[in-house]
Write a protein that binds this ligand. Structure first.
Ligand code: EPZ
Length: 429
């Protein structure tokens, strides 16, 4: 079994460059299904989820060319509706964007139900509500999402019951080529929603209001190929900000949009770390700092991101005072706590609340990555801990972070990825 081994207690120093945003790249890649012509997408992060998305499009009949390690040319003119590969689709949450795009282009969609990190319930009722508002009939059976709009899609108003990034994006995809105007009230305001809208507008769509809670999509007859550069990944950036603070180092995180990190910056400053904001970078320093306990509630953007929950929990463990971490988005995002407890953390957990004792230090142990962001948090814990930490199930981390081990090694971390022998690895699959 591949694992990451860390000898902790070494401050991180230097500069780390952030890649393109995973949760922006995936909807943009699947949105190319709507486009008649070749799109060139730049600043794609070379991570497993992006490779999976490109290979899924290819197996559906798209022409995919990698122009360099972060730039893909995608032409979906010949894709076949309903041909998303089941096994690949079921391992990724974002594969459900194929439904909105197929429905928007073909007036029907047949897409495997999505997978993704296990945070308890991950319903798709708001996606279905949006598709039905546009005139589609939707059913879930046999492990598939099936949607039909034989008479074509007709724009309408959709009032969201919950703020959902995925549903907001899927409704935009379905509405882009629909007759008439669609408004989404209660839309998600995440930067990746704005990125998708900007990409589609570059292809000729007519979308306004992205980034606010009311988005208006005026359907257009067709979309043509365009070139587009994906936003920097705010969660990757936030992860390395916390790694810098937790190891009491001094790190410049470059190629970021500091505004997207406001909530993380505010909390790190409140705890006692220094954060300097420049045009396209932030510098996090915490040499000799002692951290105060804080209260954090994760919320939809611009609130503190739920995808920074586990990383912030590690910081809270290192504080002198106690903290509270309330999960405002997912039903149960605290499965990772039992792994932190192995490292000396003292945390009382309820489904949506963690009471974190400021133990001040952690000790190395053998732990698991239980999901993507929890895995990143275990790396941060290992970097900050005294002694050696071994992390298994690191495939979770590789889904969303490019070359994390190499990037951290360049900052002075004593970190290695050990690969299991081929025979053992195949057995482990
Ligand atoms: C996206 O998931 C991200 N994934 C998640 O990041 C992120 O945690 C989440 O947005 C919130 O920011 C991708 O973009 C691929 P939601 P998504 O729909 O779209 C409820 C990561 O680490 N809900 O915004 O699936 C839902 O249960 C991943 O990169 C409904 O009730 O999240 C949750 O409580 C993990 N009905 C809340 O809304 C629905 O139809 C937010 O979910 C849809 C969602």
């Amino acid at each position: 079994m591949d694992k990451i081994v860390i000898n902790g207690g070494r401050p991180l120093y230097g500069t780390i460059e952030v890649g393109g945003m995973k949760n922006s790249s995936l909807p943009i890649l699947f949105a190319t299904i709507l486009v008649k012509g070749e799109c060139v997408i730049e600043n794609l992060p070379p991570i497993d989820d992006v490779s999976s998305a490109l290979s899924m499009l290819q197996s559906m009949g798209a022409e995919v060319r990698m122009l360099d390690r972060t730039t893909a040319a995608v032409d979906t003119r010949n894709i076949r509706c309903g041909s998303a590969p089941y096994e690949e689709a079921r391992h990724m949450r974002a594969s459900y964007y194929i439904a909105g795009a197929e429905l928007g282009r073909f007036g029907r969609a047949v897409v495997p139900l999505p997978g993704g990190c296990d945070f308890g319930q991950r319903p798709i009722d708001q996606h279905i509500k949006g598709f039905e508002a546009l005139g589609a009939s939707v059913s879930l059976d046999g492990g598939y999402i099936r949607a039909e709009a034989p008479g074509g899609l007709m724009g309408d108003s959709v009032f969201m019951d919950v703020v959902s990034v995925g549903a907001t994006i899927n409704i935009i995809l379905a509405a882009a080529l629909a007759e008439g105007v669609t408004t989404i009230d209660g839309a998600a305001k995440e930067p990746h929603v704005v990125d998708l809208a900007n990409f589609l507008n570059a292809c000729g769509a007519d979308i306004t209001g992205a980034g606010t809670d009311v988005i208006r999509i005026k359907g257009v007859a067709s979309l043509s190929g365009a070139s587009y550069t994906v936003l920097p990944d705010m969660i990757e950036a936030g992860t390395y900000m916390i790694a810098a603070a937790a190891t009491r180092g001094s790190v410049t995180i470059s190629n970021v949009i500091p505004k997207h990190l406001d909530s993380v910056t505010a909390k790190l400053r409140e705890m006692g770390a220094e954060v300097e904001e420049n045009d396209t970078s932030v510098v996090v320093s915490a040499a000799g700092a002692s951290f105060k306990g804080v209260r954090v509630k994760t919320q939809p953007y611009p609130g503190f991101p739920t995808d920074m929950n586990p990383q912030m929990c590690v910081m809270m463990c290192l504080a002198e005072g106690d903290s509270q971490l309330r999960e405002g988005v997912w039903d149960n995002r605290f499965r990772y706590v039992k792994e932190l407890v192995r490292m000396g953390a003292q945390i009382d957990v309820e489904p949506k609340m963690a009471y974190v004792k400021g133990v001040g230090r952690l000790t190395g142990a053998s732990v698991k990555a239980v999901d993507l962001r929890a895995g990143a948090a275990m790396v941060i814990a290992g970097l900050a801990a005294e002694g050696t930490t071994e992390i298994t199930d690191i495939y979770h981390i590789e889904r969303g972070y490019e070359n994390m081990v190499e990037k951290l090694k360049a900052l002075g971390a004593d970190i290695e990825k050990t690969e299991a022998p081929e025979s053992f690895r195949s057995a482990a699959v």
